[in-house]
Write a protein that binds this ligand. Structure first.
Ligand code: 5GP
Ligand code: ZN
Length: 114
């Protein structure tokens, strides 16, 4: 997926402020943060949307949440709390079609979300 911006970040072809990486996932700071801390956790494997998760990919989703938990703790967000969000397709607000978990913290979150 040469044209996918998040695949290129995962491969190191495009710079990003990475805070965590392992064989399965990469986490980096969002370019347009919506909270004092706004980090994206992506799988290295290209998966376009949550609709495209198959049985094999369910383990990847688990690892994404595990990494989000580790990053939240490292960023000092665990005790106060934080939000994780994955947008799916147009009505869900998805703009980059390589799945990513938003990790947002450092301020009070509102509900319902906009
Ligand atoms: P979505 O709207 O698809 O749920 O979220 C996409 C997110 O990716 C947005 O928050 C946007 O700011 C972020 N983003 C898009 N392009 C880049 C980029 O090249 N680098 C980084 N770090 N974030 C990006
Ligand atoms: Zn991709």
């Amino acid at each position: 997926m040469d044209e996918c911006i998040f695949c290129r970040i995962s491969q190191g072809d495009i710079p990003a402020d990475k805070v965590f990486e392992d064989d399965t996932v990469v986490a980096f700071r969002d370019l347009n943060p919506q909270a004092p801390t706004h980090i994206l956790v992506i799988p290295r494997r290209h998966i376009a949307t949550l609709n495209d998760i198959d049985n094999d990919a369910e383990a990847i989703i688990g690892r994404m949440y595990g990494a989000a938990r580790e990053v939240a703790a490292a960023e000092g967000l665990a005790e106060a709390g934080f939000r994780t969000v994955m947008n799916c397709n147009e009505a869900g607000g998805q703009t980059v079609f390589h799945i990513h978990l938003h990790l947002l913290g450092g301020r009070m979150m509102h509900w319902p979300p906009g």
